[in-house]
Design a binder for this molecule. Structure first.
Ligand SMILES: C[S@@+](CC[C@H](N)C(=O)[O-])C[C@H]1O[C@@H](n2cnc3c(N)ncnc32)[C@H](O)[C@@H]1O
Length: 217
């Protein structure tokens, strides 16, 4: 089996289980870094622009949901963001990332379920890159996802906005391949949060999207 196929779940639904991720990160070991889509360097300007337009900068307190072994947080930290908290429900990946980034003082790595965040109202920016996507892998009609998936994704957003400061500068960002019809339903109609989205490229090939929730008192 090749390096790539040995880490694939037997069915797509495997991506929705904690066991799959734990096994995958254990197999990959401490040195692998993998971004599911769009490189951190490509995404950085979109994050910067979002914060700038919100009147925020690198002082923002940031939460990364389902960090995996992506290098997004590391690239952000090295670009000057110092207050970055990373959570994932895989114990293996959190231990690996904590060890790998121990010289990046101030960056936190915590084993945590994004459906039950253990924070108060403390973040200026919460980012999901591909994490909700991993919760939408149940077989069936994507136009009518099962109740279970709707509940899970809705709960993720409820938790994300719960832990954000209730200030006009607060933002939730979700990067995904999921088109608006399939994703907006989980974010829309949130009192005091304004939803928007835009295509973020890349210039050629498959289109990716950035969804934004902006606090609107
Ligand atoms: C598709 S990967 C994306 C990883 C990374 N954000 C990236 O862009 O490369 C999904 C990640 O979300 C994590 N995850 C999925 N469901 C989660 C949950 N309920 N709580 C915490 N982490 C979760 C998985 O362990 C995995 O690391």
């Amino acid at each position: 089996m090749s390096r790539i196929t040995e880490n694939l779940p037997p069915t797509n639904e495997g991506y929705g289980t904690q066991e799959y991720w734990e096994q995958r990160y254990t197999n990959e070991g401490p040195t692998v870094s993998f971004d599911w889509f769009l490189s951190p360097e490509y995404l950085l300007p979109f994050i910067e622009q979002t914060l700038r337009e919100a009147g925020m900068g690198k002082e923002a307190r940031i939460l990364m949901l389902g960090c995996g072994n992506s290098s997004l947080s590391e690239v952000m930290y090295d670009d000057g963001y110092r207050d970055v908290v990373n959570v994932d429900y895989s114990k293996a990946v959190i231990e690996q990332m904590k060890e790998r980034h121990k010289s990046r003082v101030g960056m936190e790595w915590l084993e945590m379920d994004v459906l039950e965040l253990q924070f108060e109202e403390e973040f200026d920016l919460v980012i999901d890159k591909g994490t909700m996507d991993a919760m939408l892998t149940t077989k069936g009609d994507p136009w009518n996802p099962p109740e279970k998936d709707i509940k899970t994704c809705t709960q993720e957003i409820t938790e994300a906005i719960r832990v954000m400061r209730k200030r006009p500068s607060s933002r939730f960002l979700y990067f995904t391949f999921g088109q608006p019809h399939f994703r907006e339903r989980y974010m829309q109609d949130r009192p005091n949060w304004t939803l928007s989205h835009k295509e973020v490229g890349p210039p050629e090939g498959f289109a990716y999207f950035m969804y934004t929730l902006a606090y609107t008192p």
